[in-house]
Every structure is written in structure tokens, then in C-alpha cells.
Ligand binder design. Structure first.
Ligand SMILES: [Zn+2]
Ligand SMILES: [Zn+2]
Ligand SMILES: [Zn+2]
Length: 229
């Protein structure tokens, strides 16, 4: 009787071992690429460009999502960017509540490339020839009259100047640096910058083709809204 039990026990162990082996074999054979969990870095390495840009995008102080640079509001010390319009409303009800998040957003903004597109005095598009060094900073203006007014009291225009930069610095069509004078205002109310005056038409003709180049830069365009006649 004892022997019989032993044999049963051994048999059971063998059966269990067999099952175990099967269970082990199945996932190993099926998801071989997922097998080495020691290398989670392998994926980001595969596409470093888009990954890098995305991880550096600032975050919405309300939701914590990446911002859309065309969704912003002005404050006394410069613009704040959000992920959507609803977040602007929430922010405006209680700006103090989001102060730390705004500070964090600005820390990320400082690491990004930006291009001054409007005059801090008038708000008009800059003329690249109207440039002055003020307190060690290169500032562009719309005309020859504005620099004098600016230099009288640069602090007065500090927040305005901060709001005069675009972080969409690459033309979605060519990939070249944008020209502040080459832009188009979409029906969505978003201003998109290009490298030259020929590119807006190319973009509007095939927005699907170029929209991703804007998303990478923190500008989300609803392509369907552009297709409507
Ligand atoms: Zn939002
Ligand atoms: Zn001017
Ligand atoms: Zn162009």
C-alpha cells in the first residue's frame, strides 16, 4: 500500500513537472522578442528622434498631459500652455493652485528652441531687419519706431515678449527653420509657421501628410476640420 502511494506520488510529480514544462515552453515559444525583460531601453532607442522631442514637451499644469502650444493664455509673467481649452478655464478659476506646475512648465520651455515672431511693443509680426540687443538679449521689432519705446522700460514688455515666441520652429513641409513672416491662420484658429510663403499652400493641400510634423512640435491640428470646403 505504501509503495502504491509512493508510485502515485511520483507519478503526480512527474505529471506536474510535465505540465510545468509545457507552461514554460508556451510563452517562451510565442513571445520570444518579449523574453529578455532586462532591456527595456531597446524600444526608445529604435526611434530616438520623435521619442526625444515628445519627452521634452512641457506639460499642461492642469491635466499633466503634453501641451498644445496653440492652446495658451497670457498671465502677468508670460504665457501658460495647456492641453485643451477646458484646462484654460480651470486654470483661470484658481491660478495660484497651479503655480508650481507652471514653474515646471517654464523650466521645460527654457530647454526648447524658440523663435520670436511678434513685436513686444505692438504685437505685430516682426521685421527680421529690426533687431536690437537689449540687456544682452536679441529682441526683434515690427518697425523702427518700436525699439525706442521698448528700451525706455524693457521690464514693462517682459511678459509680452515672452508671449511673442513660437516653439513651433520647424516648417512642417520642409523641416527647415520657420520664417516669422511665413504663416497661415487655420480655420481652427491656430497659427502655423513655415519656412517660406510657398509652404502654407502645400500644407493645406495635403494636411494629413504634414500634420505629424506639427504634433512632434507640440501643435495638434485637427486635419478633418481643414478638409471642409
Ligand atoms: Zn486639458
Ligand atoms: Zn513697431
Ligand atoms: Zn517653405
Amino acid at each position: 500500500m505504501k509503495r502504491w502511494t509512493m508510485a502515485m506520488g511520483v507519478g503526480a510529480i512527474c505529471a506536474l513537472a510535465g505540465l510545468y514544462a509545457l507552461a514554460q515552453e508556451k510563452p517562451a515559444g510565442q513571445d520570444k522578442p518579449a523574453q529578455p525583460p532586462a532591456k527595456p531601453e531597446a524600444k526608445p532607442e529604435a526611434k530616438p528622434e520623435s521619442g526625444k522631442v515628445e519627452s521634452k514637451l512641457p506639460l499642461c499644469p492642469v491635466m499633466g498631459e503634453t501641451v498644445d502650444f496653440t492652446v495658451k493664455t497670457m498671465t502677468d509673467d508670460g504665457p501658460v500652455y495647456f492641453c485643451c481649452a477646458e484646462c484654460i478655464e480651470k486654470f483661470q478659476k484658481d491660478p495660484a493652485r497651479y503655480a508650481d506646475k507652471v514653474t515646471a512648465q517654464r523650466a521645460r520651455l527654457r530647454k526648447r528652441e524658440r523663435i520670436q515672431v511678434c513685436c513686444p511693443v505692438s504685437g505685430e509680426a516682426v521685421d527680421r531687419k529690426q533687431v536690437e540687443q537689449v540687456d544682452g538679449q536679441e529682441v526683434f521689432f515690427c518697425c523702427a519706431k518700436c525699439p525706442a519705446q521698448y528700451k525706455e522700460n524693457p521690464a514693462r514688455f517682459k511678459a509680452k515678449l515672452e508671449g511673442c515666441y513660437t516653439y513651433q520652429v520647424r516648417c512642417p513641409v520642409s523641416g527647415k527653420k520657420i520664417d516669422p513672416a511665413a504663416y497661415t491662420d487655420l480655420p481652427t484658429g491656430q497659427r502655423i509657421y513655415f519656412c517660406c510663403k510657398d509652404c502654407p499652400a502645400k500644407f493645406l493641400k495635403e494636411p494629413d501628410k504634414y500634420a505629424e510634423k506639427l504634433t512632434e512640435q507640440g501643435v495638434n491640428v485637427d486635419v478633418d476640420k481643414l478638409k471642409k470646403p
